[in-house]
Design a protein around this ligand. Structure first.
Ligand code: AHG
Ligand code: MN
Ligand code: MN
Length: 346
């Protein structure tokens, strides 16, 4: 088996994601099966989204938005479709108290007829959706919290607005040249590759560790003129010959799908940034659906995730459902370099 880098252990056993979750739950105690049930439902939703994403190029042939497809269903935009799939897979299992999605203005209650569980799910159903038509990698991001309101009642906004360090699990699916699911439950980061022939996610990346440092930066540099002078100086600096990197400047890699940019950063190292600028004073990315789950994963892999101003993203106490935050995530030394510029330069 070829490995993306030497930071990932060789996996020689066939382990499905379901088995892995159950075994991890047992090993860490408190195995009620509730949490593994939640992730099983979510994995099913991800398989369904994968099926539609992989047929995206056929939509024009089979019928576009608002037309009926060959099964007689209304063909929806893929992000709306993915949103609906996750809701319908997760609303009735009895694991969740409430949900929140990037695609919904308000939080999503569990329908009256279903039992209310102890967990909370926040998600970005389709990330990088502007890339779909170009067949570029996109993804789904999720974050799981424990409810704080009384058991079995309807979940509220209070359950959702918790700082990221309270997450019990987080993960993403990347629909790329192969489809992968990467997740953490607070005991390391594990990657599973989807085998469509058996319909299972199989453990392929055991206990992922991000490299300490790498000469790669990932940012939408088209925003340069809107950035602070400190941010501009950092970018000017990475383009100079770097004494620690064989006198080479850093390489720029930017896909424009957060899932894909973070996934590469996790495996190859470097830094992914979405800073604030004069137009978007709080950056672009959303704390609950994008920043928190990705920060949890990056930290669990040995990386760092900050707002660039010395504040750990996982410590931010959210006040709004769709709150945005500036974001700097990646290899610990790369994040420190960014911090050095943003906190000391004017
Ligand atoms: P989404 O498709 O969920 O709205 O997210 C898009 C996000 C994220 O995936 C990516 O990192 C960022 O937008 C790219 O933004 P720019 O186009 O401004 O670079
Ligand atoms: Mn997104
Ligand atoms: Mn999205």
């Amino acid at each position: 088996m070829t490995l993306p880098n030497d930071h990932v252990e060789v996996v020689s056993k066939v382990i499905t994601i379901e088995r892995h979750i159950i075994e991890q739950e047992r090993a860490t105690g408190g195995a009620t099966g509730d949490f593994s049930g939640l992730l099983r439902d979510l994995t099913l939703a991800i398989k369904i989204i994968y099926r539609e994403v992989s047929r995206a190029g056929l939509v024009d042939i089979l019928g576009s938005t608002d037309l009926r497809n060959i099964q007689g269903e209304i063909v929806q935009k893929l992000d709306e479709f993915a949103n609906g799939v996750i809701f319908r897979a997760m609303d009735h299992g009895g694991h969740l108290a409430v949900m929140a999605s990037e695609e919904n203005d308000e939080f999503i209650p569990i329908p009256e007829e279903y039992p209310k569980g102890k967990y909370v799910l926040c998600f970005d159903p389709l990330d990088g959706s502007s890339n779909i038509d170009a067949n570029v990698s996109i993804g789904t991001i999720f974050s799981v919290l424990r409810r704080v309101t009384p058991a079995e009642t309807d979940g509220t906004l209070e359950d959702i607005l918790q700082p990221g360090y309270k997450q019990v699990a987080a993960g993403y699916a990347i629909y790329g040249s192969s489809t992968m699911l990467v997740y953490t439950a607070g005991h390391g980061v594990y990657g599973f590759t989807y085998d469509p022939s058996v319909g299972e996610f199989l453990l392929s990346h055991n206990d992922i560790h991000i490299p300490d440092h790498k000469g790669i930066y990932s940012v939408n540099e088209g925003n340069y003129s809107k950035w602070s002078p400190a941010m501009q100086q950092y970018i000017d600096w990475v383009k100079q010959e770097q004494p620690e990197a064989d006198k080479k400047a850093y390489s720029l890699r930017y896909i424009g799908s957060m899932v894909a940019d973070v996934h590469r950063t996790l495996l190859y190292g470097g830094v992914f940034l979405y800073p604030a600028d004069i137009k978007s004073k709080r950056g672009k990315l959303r704390l609950l659906y994008e920043a928190n789950p990705m920060s949890f994963i990056i930290e669990q892999a040995g990386g760092k995730a900050t707002d660039g101003r010395g504040n750990r993203l996982l410590d931010i106490v959210p006040t709004e459902l769709h709150q945005r935050t500036p974001l700097v995530v990646g290899s610990p030394k790369n994040v420190d370099e960014v911090e050095r510029f943003l906190t000391t330069t004017k």
